[in-house]
Design a protein around this ligand. Structure first.
Ligand code: DGL
Length: 256
């Protein structure tokens, strides 16, 4: 098989990266994809760097064993901790995701911007350097969301539980006018409507999926391995959890 016809491997700690997979397949519909959710070890957001690095490497090795031509780390937490390490060790294009602070701050230069992400993502250098580079005059507030990815990871989203979580999360900002929210964890686009409905005015929401998909296209093109087929590609789902239940939930999230 020509390398350009090989699939793109996409991984996350669980269901989150499906928000990125959707954007990838919208932008590059003729590509084939293999999605791996490390459901057994989710969430990553409260693990140590060493654990996250080890788990990310296992995800990558699983995808490489399936013959992928490139890797997309569809997890902000795993990107922050492991992307540089994996790029040094593996000779395969590796694209990561980062909180979409750049477009948010450039569209709301003096605004109040909340960055929702896992505690790990917000503690890492990657976030600090994004903030220093693009934050400008905007008032950027990091908003760690411990436990939120776990609620979403259950697959069947309990609206009341999410609403209560978000109500408590946004309570300290009730008296401020929030201009934009950055979804710095790939699980959160799955509850974008609930986040929007937490405000009684229009709040712009940004996430990094489209940027990641565009960067993947750019990288594949750069190394000459874009799939030029006219046909629609395939998508396969795998989970580190045994049984079909997890992959069925992934398919459901992909089709929404
Ligand atoms: N979806 C992941 C992210 O983008 C992390 C969720 C988790 O496993 O804590 O950060």
């Amino acid at each position: 098989m020509n390398i350009d016809q090989c699939p793109i491997g996409v991984f996350d700690s669980g269901l989150g990266g499906i928000s990125v997979l959707k954007e990838l397949s919208r932008l590059m519909p003729s590509e084939n994809y293999i999605y791996f959710g490390d459901t057994k070890n989710a969430p990553y957001g409260d693990k140590t760097d060493e654990e996250i690095r080890e788990l990310s490497e296992k995800c990558l090795e699983f995808l490489v064993s399936k013959g992928v031509k490139a890797i997309v780390i569809a997890c902000n937490t795993a990107t922050s901790v492991s992307a540089d390490y994996l790029r040094k060790k593996y000779d395969i294009p590796i694209v990561g995701i980062e909180p979409a602070l750049k477009p948010a701050a450039s569209n709301h230069p003096d605004g109040n911007i909340l960055i929702m992400a896992t505690p790990v993502t917000l503690k890492k250098d990657k976030f600090a350097s994004l903030n220093a580079k693009y934050g400008n005059n905007a008032k950027i507030t990091p908003l760690p969301c411990p436990g939120l990815a776990e609620i979403i990871e259950k697959g069947c989203i309990d609206k009341d539980e999410i609403k209560t979580y978000l109500k408590n999360l946004f309570k300290p900002y009730e008296s401020k006018k929030i201009s934009a929210i950055v979804l710095g964890c790939t699980h959160y686009p799955h509850i974008e409507n609930e986040i929007r409905e937490s405000f009684d005015y229009d709040v712009k929401i940004y996430d990094g999926s489209l940027g990641t998909a565009k960067e993947t296209l750019r990288r594949l093109d750069e190394v000459g391995i874009l799939n030029k087929s006219e046909n629609h590609g395939t998508v396969e789902f795998f989970s580190s959890e045994s049984g079909n239940e997890e992959t069925e939930i992934m398919k459901k999230f992909f089709s929404i």
